[in-house]
Design a binder for this molecule. Sequence first.
Ligand SMILES: NC(=O)c1ccc[n+]([C@@H]2O[C@H](COP(=O)([O-])OP(=O)(O)OC[C@H]3O[C@@H](n4cnc5c(N)ncnc54)[C@H](OP(=O)(O)O)[C@@H]3O)[C@@H](O)[C@H]2O)c1
Length: 168
Amino acid sequence: MKLILLMAATADGMIAKDSLHPVDWSGKADKKYFVRTTRQAGVVIMGSNTWDTIGKPLPGRENIVMTRDKTRKSNDKDLIFTDRSPARILEDLNARGFESAALIGGAKINSLFMKENLIDEIHLTLVPRLFGRGLTLFSEALDHRLELLDVVKIEGGHLLLKYRVLHN
Ligand SMILES: NC(=O)c1ccc[n+]([C@@H]2O[C@H](COP(=O)([O-])OP(=O)(O)OC[C@H]3O[C@@H](n4cnc5c(N)ncnc54)[C@H](OP(=O)(O)O)[C@@H]3O)[C@@H](O)[C@H]2O)c1
C-alpha cells in the first residue's frame, strides 16, 4: 500500500504559523489537488491538532485521527480516533483493501510516519508566501533523500512538487 504525504508549504518552508493555524492560505488549485488525491485514496490520516483546525470529517473519505486523548469519541463510521501506531494503522488499511492512503499532517504526525520509513511519496505545494517562523513539515530531526518525480505549475506562482522517498 502506498502512503502519500500531502502538504502545502510557504517559500520559507512553513506549513503553519502555529499548531492552531488552519490551512486556508494554500490556494484553489492546491485544494482541488488535495480533494482529488484524498478522494482517490479514500482515507486520510491526521494528528489531533490538524483535526482541530479542520473541525469536521472530510466527506467521502475515511478520516483517521491520531490521538491519545480517550475523551475524543465518534459515532460516525468515517471518523476514527485512534492511538494505534503508524504501522498498525497502515496494516489495518492494507488488510481492508486500501491501495493508497493520504497522510495530511501536521508536523508531529508526519514525523512519526517518517521515522518509521512509512512514507512513499511527498506531494508538496510550494505557495508563494512567507511566514518567517512557524511549523515545518516535520517536528523532529531527520535525514532522508528524495527523488523528484514531477514539478507542475498549478496556479499563479504555486508549484506542486512530487517526490519519492528513497529508503536505503
Ligand atoms: N500546510 C499544510 O499542508 C498542513 C497540513 C496539515 C496540518 N497543517 C497544520 O499543522 C498544524 C498542526 O500540526 P502539529 O504538529 O501541531 O500537530 P498534529 O501532528 O496535527 O497533531 C499532533 C497531536 O497528535 C497526537 N499524537 C501525537 N503522537 C501520537 C501518537 N503516537 N499516537 C496518537 N496520537 C498522537 C497528540 O495529541 P493528543 O493530545 O490528542 O494525543 C499530538 O499533540 C496545524 O496548524 C495545521 O493547520 C498544515
